[in-house]
Ligand binder design. Sequence first.
Ligand code: NAD
Ligand code: MG
Length: 351
Amino acid sequence: MTAKMYYDADADLSALDGQTVAVIGYGSQGHAHALNLHESGVNVIVGLAAGSKSWPLAEAAGLTVKTVAEAVKAADVVMVAVPDTIQKAVYDNDIEPNLKPGALLMFAHGFNIRFGRIKPAAGTDVGMVAPKGPGHLLRSVYEQGGGVPALFAVEQDGTGTARARTLAYARGIGSTRAGVLETTFKEETETDLFGEQALLCGGVSALVKAAFETLVEAGYQPELAYFETMHELKLIVDLMYRGGLNYMRFSVSDTAEFGDYVSGPRVTEGSKAAMRDVLTDIQTGAFAERWIAVQEAGGDEFRELRARDRGHQIEQVGADLRSKMQFLNPVVVEAGAAQASTSKAAGEARK
Ligand code: NAD
Ligand code: MG
């Protein structure tokens, strides 16, 4: 192991003594950050848009809620936990004009800083704590006494206290219980985008669809193809999660293991070159530019892409089969919904 991990003993919560932390947004990350910090003894307030549906939820959980502008005015540390796509607008309108001098502006992902959408003044400290897991997990693991690991970074430290405060924040949300790793906004953003595009969201979806289509086009039954491709994927991923590729290979049959070695590389031939291209587009800013342009044009292209994949045969076959498998807690995503419709599912579904 070459990277240095930081644990509870390396992160002094007293760096936040006498300070007020405003968590802006109460979604997947925001609710977990605010509640964990609160229970760690940090003075937390939540900043929300007036009329937000989250307002009564946060109050019912015992938190103080203010408008974004009022929360920022009262805060020494501001965590921007609203979706990356609206951060620039919230920052320009309500955060930047109200930031105290020397305040620490924090992010849970570096997109807007890395690609220059948000350019904090030189007198503002800038830090990041990016948990390596969704908010519902950050919350439930903390409640059980554990922590979800995180990345942390400091981009600007005019006061000389940004690093200590960022580490204290990581401790307050419980992440130093499991360990936090120091990075930069550049490294976190580029690797996070690469992971979700090349493998976690993009790569895996493309492989599942291609395998399903290959079987169906060859005349096999779609229902069987669904079980073989999407349904069984979880079993395999769970084995990898617990014990790596070696444990997965230990658990499957020798035939499956042999086929893995001889056929896997055939399937991904050319993939690494494509992955390097994807990484280049992220590093040069070409991907970010394209995504921002799509949003600024009103998002039609994004909605068209979503609509095109929604109707894929594997989604229709899958929904029917899953409805008979209550043990897997099936979820139906409504057309036009940005995320799954039940609150539990929404928390689970975000990357
Ligand atoms: P989310 O979509 O779950 O929540 C967004 C919340 O922002 C909403 O619930 C609402 O309370 C609030 N909000 C929306 N519009 C607002 C406005 N105009 N003014 C004020 N508040 C508003 O978002 P999320 O997934 O928690 O993402 C927040 C940040 O955390 C992002 O930077 C994201 O990249 C990062 N992150 C997310 C995850 C994850 O698993 N979800 C993991 C690591 C990092
Ligand atoms: Mg990620």
